[in-house]
Design a protein around this ligand. Structure first.
Ligand code: RIB
Ligand code: CA
Length: 321
């Protein structure tokens, strides 16, 4: 039986791959996609999501969500994150890991009239069966929905978050981008009481995607597989330049790893149930502090310390066949 999923994205190259995997895989019933600012401002993350929907000839609804974080940048600007810093190819051309707008036709069908926050409340308060929520951008939409209507948690099966990092960070010396972008929202979601699985950089960097994987996708030859292969090529260039992984000429494809976990939980390895708290200020702002002591209270998160590259690549590529 397929699992009902709401995706929350800041599309973004790896978000686009998550939308494609969720839509294409038979084990996932993609109920809706919500958008949030993050990799780009909200109008771009929304339009990119709509362009991907049209590339797939899909009909899931898209709900536009929050354009800013709960607290961040309201009072004073903080450390600029480096996760989305520009890189340069061998010829010195600037390359960005997330294009402002994808090089795809402009969308014809637009997003729904309802805001993503209202959608969460309306859908979850009326749901006849539980749904899994997969936020792969900053957690603002879900946090606001939880503040307005905390009872929505009763109809959440699980929240699978791409975010955080223990040994690896990318936004600052202490923080991963999605959590750093809205730490207060993340902290609220981590304490909402639902089952939470966190897919941090430690998992996404070890479940890397390689140039061979991109070549396999290209051989499939559909518009979606070709587009995914192009995004991976771009990401490999940026990772080689700015965030090299253990294995050369590979990239982290963060967001679809959350979807792959719903299809086969064993793509995540070394998963520990522990207390995770978000640092809300100072030098460590946005850090996911993971308690690994044998005796601890308030365990709230299943935190994955590794990912399985081969399992992930197979699930991802097979979905496009
Ligand atoms: O740190 C990686 C995360 O930040 C991914 O979700 C990527 O899309 C960006 O949002
Ligand atoms: Ca993302």
């Amino acid at each position: 039986m397929s699992r009902k999923v709401i995706l929350d994205v800041d599309t973004g190259s790896d978000d686009a791959c998550a939308v494609m995997l969720a839509y294409l895989h038979k084990d996932i019933d993609l109920v809706a996609v919500c958008t949030v600012k993050g990799n780009q401002p909200l109008p771009y993350t929304t339009e990119n999501t709509l362009r991907i929907r049209e590339l797939l000839h899909a009909d899931f609804p898209v709900y536009k969500g929050c354009s800013g974080s709960l607290v961040k940048n309201v009072v004073y600007p903080r450390i600029p994150p480096t996760a989305n810093a520009d890189a340069y190819d061998e010829e010195g051309n600037k390359i960005h890991i997330h294009q402002e707008l994808f090089d795809l036709p402009a969308s014809v069908r637009k997003e729904e009239d309802m805001n993503a926050v209202n959608f969460y409340i309306d859908y979850l308060m009326n749901a006849k069966e539980k749904v899994t929520i997969v936020p792969v951008g900053p957690l603002t939409n879900l946090a606001v929905a939880l503040v307005i209507e905390p009872r929505i948690v009763e109809n959440i099966e699980e929240i699978v978050i791409m975010g955080g990092g223990w040994n690896i960070t990318n936004a600052t010396l202490a923080a991963e981008f999605n959590i750093y972008d809205d730490p207060e929202a993340a902290q609220r979601v981590l304490h909402c009481g639902a089952r939470i699985t966190m897919v941090p950089l430690d998992a996404t960097h070890t479940a890397y995607i390689s140039q061979d994987d991109a070549n396999e996708l290209r051989k499939i030859g559909t518009p979606a597989s070709l587009f995914a292969a192009d995004l991976i090529d771009l990401r490999i260039k940026v990772h080689d330049y700015a965030q090299p992984l253990e294995v050369e000429h590979t990239c982290a494809l963060h967001d679809p790893l959350c979807i792959a976990y719903l299809i086969d939980p064993q793509v995540l390895q070394d998963v520990k149930f522990c207390n995770v708290e978000v640092s809300l200020g100072g030098l460590t702002e946005g850090q996911t502090c993971v308690d690994q002591r044998a005796i601890q209270e308030n365990r709230n998160v299943h935190f994955a310390f590794r990912g399985d590259h081969e399992r992930f690549a197979k699930i991802f590529i097979d979905a496009f066949r």
